[in-house]
Design a binder for this molecule. Structure first.
Ligand code: UT7
Length: 331
């Protein structure tokens, strides 16, 4: 019988653009205030990519750091997965642009679309491909250039989002397994509460869709908030129960960074101590598929997580999609 293949995590990397947009900058753009944004979301500033940068550039910068730290070459990578809802173009995938920029021509490359849960869906996808024995070394990137799909005149959304990228490299292993658990959920009944209404086959781009800014992200924030708290707290517990772990086993929780109030409500509902929750939403806002991996990379670089620690990532996003994964830090 074939020996079971485990998945080792080799490294992480992240990259955020230099340009900072503060709440005070936003006060000059829409009718809002630093006080409202800080109180309702916890966000103080976010990063915005340069005019001459695109999604795959952010992805490249995060990927290169992870590749260097993993001590491998681009030729060692046989699969590239990019999780994003703000691709370079609708077709082909951002993963193809990233493959070209990295010159990682031994890799097959594709995008996955699971919005803010994209990175956790990506971890699960990488795990499945490696465990099946089909691929050996996977580069996963969560990346967003959300500033390109935001309506900068809509105060309901433009204060919430930012740009950034994070990367992780996985390798097949006979002796180790660092992806301890993953749990995913989807419910397509609520597609309308968080979406980009136009620009696809259902509502192709026209003068009218552009005039109405239907190519931009729309959200009914209150609805998303409520379901997000329920599904993220459920995911935290489900990922633990699947492998017989409890809160005591988890050293650090890294929740999706959309809103400090959501993070606090999830922690309360799931019975998690605040000291065990990593927070960087004040610096970056909601970077969708990039949030959890940027936060994990920062926590690692800061020494907040150490070798041997168990970290639980949990997220929720458009779809609706949600999920959690428990990772062993062993690099
Ligand atoms: O990653 C997954 C996707 N996103 C999320 O998880 C985000 C989920 N939702 C949220 O974070 C929150 O619902 C928001 C931050 C979007 C909104 O907070 P809220 O406490 O749910 O506020 P609200 O929507 O009930 O709005 C309250 C008021 C409204 O005014 P009226 O109708 O009460 O007069 C809004 O028009 O605040 C107003 N408002 C603002 N005021 C100043 C909305 N946006 C702003 C703003 N500045 N930027």
């Amino acid at each position: 019988m074939n020996k079971k293949v485990g998945v080792k995590i080799l490294s992480t990397g992240s990259f955020v653009p230099k340009k900072v947009l503060t709440n005070f900058d936003l006060e000059k753009m829409v009718e809002t205030s630093d006080e409202w944004i800080s109180e309702r979301t916890g966000i103080k500033e976010r990063r915005i990519l340069d005019k001459n940068q695109t999604t795959s550039d952010l992805a490249y910068n995060a990927a290169i750091k992870a590749i260097d730290r993993a001590n491998i070459t681009v030729d060692d990578i046989d699969m590239i997965i990019v999780a994003t809802i703000s691709p370079d173009v609708p077709m082909p995938s951002t993963a193809c642009y990233l493959q070209k920029k990295l010159k990682a021509y031994n890799a097959v490359a594709f995008d996955i679309s699971a919005a803010c849960s994209g990175f956790i869906y990506g971890v699960t996808t990488a795990k499945a491909f490696i465990e099946s024995g089909m691929y050996k070394r996977v580069l996963l990137v969560g990346v967003e250039a959300l500033s390109r799909i935001i309506d900068w005149t809509d105060r309901n959304t433009c204060v919430l989002f930012g740009d950034g990228a994070g990367a992780m490299i996985f390798e097949a292993s006979d002796t180790e397994n660092d992806i301890i658990s993953t749990y995913l959920g989807t419910n397509g009944d609520h597609t309308e509460i968080l979406n980009i209404p136009a620009g696809g086959a259902n509502n192709p781009t026209s003068e009218e869709t552009v005039k109405q800014k239907l190519h931009c992200l729309k959200m009914i924030g209150k609805e998303v908030f409520k379901i997000s708290v329920l599904k993220m707290s459920l995911s935290v517990t489900k990922a633990q129960e699947l492998v017989g772990l409890t809160d005591k086993d988890i050293d650090l929780y890294i929740p999706h960074q959309a809103n400090l109030r959501i993070i606090e409500a999830v922690a309360k509902k799931a019975g998690i101590a605040r000291e065990k929750v990593y927070i960087n939403v004040h610096k970056y806002g909601n970077m969708s598929a990039a949030t959890t991996i940027v936060a994990l990379d920062e926590a690692y670089q800061e020494g907040r997580v150490k070798k041997g620690n168990l970290v639980e990532l949990v997220a929720f996003g458009a779809g609706l999609t949600w999920g959690a994964c428990i990772l062993k830090i062993n690099f």
